[in-house]
Design a protein around this ligand. Structure first.
Ligand code: F0G
Length: 477
């Protein structure tokens, strides 16, 4: 049984194609991104034992698989699964399992919360603000724990379960930990969360508590938490669930596959993602390259990565050093999800940036806050880290990298309710009141966002007062 769910495996959705997938297991191998070593298995830190760099999956078996050389059949297989009542078919990750590494005895080990299946929304007001005609957002905040992390977590947590671990662990700025805690709980595993004290939103912290994780708030930043976790997994039988774990990247690939399916396999001109630890951009880029290799799409969108000015080591690496090195920094931004100074997956992200011809940008705290309110005003909303995408798009328009008639998709990574503190402070006008954050505006600058602020109005409890407020709002609209 799939953890906590009724699940039969293999599946029958009525398609003849299923008999093909039944007999062919995707042959995947691990490979070091730097020295090219191909170990048979990964150590507990998921680093290459020869050179210490990151590992990734590649798929030598794809060339032997007739289904994978038949894009039309593959697409209809995935579409057919949408009508299935099976838990794995209903997942927007496992639905695309032909492009994922094989997990032995999946029927016993798969842990799913029906992640993925996230909506693609048009953003008409944001499009006008950014000066583009065709702007959409894929909202990964509509996942079960309200961030994009669930797509990677279902896959990596299942791998942990298959490997027989009792404990899983991560360092996090809040979303990975929320997601990991949920999936661990569903799979009857214990979870250990290391988060920087005082630097993650209450919404995210409350999730990991409720899902039953052992939650440790360390007196350091995210990068400090990562260091301790790396040392821990070398000493204790604990399964590492940060995005250096290549299973995470594989699961997160499916967001791009699902996006292409939603666009009838016609790629947009641009996809724009936030950059923190740089796992997500690596995953989306990997999926794009693999989909082109399998002829599921005929051309590559440009994948651009946006960082907050106060947490911009990748931006500086590309702009100042041509991607030849990355200088870690002490990161600071009110978009706490991407408050990361030493991103683990920067080399993977650089590779996909170059392969797709994307751009890297940085945005200020005010630009992030304004973009977040604009996404909200389109009736969608997202957390601050996700809003860097719209802020970055505006800059890419100004520089001419994005043309007005080009189709653009923003990847919104987290839900609006992840960080209500930020939202309330912004609308009340005191977001930057005591923020000594790099890139935060002074009072005059901050006033420029006033037109986006919708502070609550406190009134006496009488009808006349409400009508007066309504009339005033109408006059100003
Ligand atoms: N957006 C949100 C909402 C995030 O939570 C994160 C990362 C990112 C963007 C950046 O993605 O790291 O793959 O480049 N959050 C991690 C966490 C680090 O621990 O929750 P990335």
């Amino acid at each position: 049984m799939c953890k906590g769910e009724h699940h039969q495996w293999p599946l029958s959705t009525g398609s003849k194609l299923l008999s093909i997938t039944r007999t062919i297991e995707t042959v995947s191998r691990l490979r070091c991104i730097a020295c090219g070593a191909t170990p048979n298995s990964a150590g507990q830190d998921f680093r290459c034992t020869a050179c210490g760099d990151l590992l990734e999956f590649f798929f030598p078996g794809w060339t032997l698989d007739p289904l994978l050389s038949d894009p039309t059949s593959l697409k209809s297989l995935w579409l057919n699964r949408r009508t299935s009542s099976d838990a794995l078919d209903q997942s927007g990750v496992w639905r695309f399992r032909e492009l994922l590494p094989h997990i032995p005895n999946l029927e016993e080990h798969a842990i799913t919360l029906r992640e993925g299946n996230t909506p693609l929304y048009r953003l008409p007001r944001c499009a006008r603000a950014a000066g583009v005609e065709n702007l959409q957002a894929k909202h990964q905040g509509m996942n079960p724990t309200a961030s994009f992390k669930d797509t990677g977590m279902t896959f990596a947590a299942s791998s942990a379960h298959q490997s027989g671990f009792r404990w899983v662990a991560c360092a996090s700025t809040g979303n990975t930990s929320a997601s990991m805690a949920a999936y661990a709980a569903r799979g009857n595993m214990h979870s250990l969360v290391l988060i920087p004290e005082g630097k993650i939103s209450w919404g995210k912290l409350s999730q990991s508590l409720d899902y039953g994780a052992l939650t440790c708030q360390l007196r350091t930043d995210f990068d400090g938490c990562v260091q301790i976790l790396n040392d821990l997994v070398r000493q204790k039988p604990v399964y590492l669930l940060n995005s250096v774990n290549p299973y995470r990247i594989e699961g997160q690939k499916t967001a791009a596959i699902e996006l292409m399916e939603q666009l009838a396999w016609q790629p947009p001109d641009h996809i724009i993602v936030p950059g923190g630890n740089l796992g997500n951009s690596s995953a989306i880029g990997k999926a794009l390259l693999e989909m082109r290799e399998l002829k599921l799409i005929s051309r590559l969108p440009k994948l651009s990565i946006i960082q907050a000015h106060g947490a911009n080591p990748f931006y500086r690496s590309v702009r100042e050093f041509g991607g030849k090195k990355l200088e870690p920094m002490t990161a600071d931004t009110l978009a706490t999800a991407i408050r990361i100074g030493n991103p683990a997956s920067w080399k993977k992200a650089l590779r996909v940036l170059q392969a797709t011809g994307g751009e890297v940008e940085e945005v200020t705290e005010l630009e992030i806050a304004a973009a977040k309110a604009e996404i909200g005003a389109d009736g969608i909303g997202c957390e601050p880290a996700s809003a860097v995408t719209l802020a970055g798009l505006k800059k890419l328009r100004q520089s001419g990298f994005v043309k007005p008639a080009e189709a653009v998709v923003l990847i919104l990574t987290g839900h609006l309710l992840k960080d209500p503190d930020f939202t309330i402070k912004f609308h009340r006008g005191d977001l930057f009141a005591d923020a000594a954050v790099a890139g935060a505006p002074d009072e005059t600058e901050a006033a420029k966002a006033k037109y986006l602020q919708r502070a609550p109005v406190v009134l006496d409890a009488n009808l006349a007062a409400v009508i007066a407020a309504l009339d005033a709002a109408e006059r100003n609209s």
